[in-house]
Design a protein. Structure first.
Length: 130
């Protein structure tokens, strides 16, 4: 056994590579993320304040909605998908909704018949009630 102290030699000098200065910043364009915030299309919104449900077609993505009945603002985030099928004309409509009720109802856009969607916990969306 050779007696020897193993010296833990660490290099004293730290190699710091200087990064080249960022000279080219490119066009001064505000590139925003393409992820769209808010919801658009057919929305079925349940007022957080008075509980009234109303639906409308949002042309632009909305982050909040004002209740027509009481005027309070409901935030539109993490909306669930709701598929509703009209029992009269057979059309299927796709909504986004903030409702947390086991069932939602809405009038068919085409014929005005009442449609009912039932929450499907497995699919995490409202499906047409059979
Ligand atoms: Zn309201
Ligand atoms: Zn219909």
């Amino acid at each position: 056994m050779r007696g020897g102290v193993i010296e833990n030699q660490e290099p004293k000098e730290t190699v710091l590579q200087e990064l080249p200065a960022a000279e080219d910043k490119g066009p001064a364009e505000d590139v925003r993320t393409v992820f769209e915030t808010g919801a658009r299309g057919f929305l079925l919104i349940r007022c957080a304040s008075c509980g009234k449900e109303y639906s409308f077609n949002a042309k632009e993505p909305l982050e909040k909605s004002v209740c027509r009945a009481c005027g309070s603002v409901t935030q539109l985030d993490e909306l669930a998908v709701a598929e509703l099928r009209c029992p009269a004309c057979g059309r299927t409509w796709r909504y986004r909704t903030n409702s947390e009720e086991p069932e939602i109802t809405c009038r068919c856009i085409k014929c005005g018949e009442e449609m009912t969607g039932r929450w499907n916990g497995k699919l995490r969306r409202y499906m047409p009630r059979e």
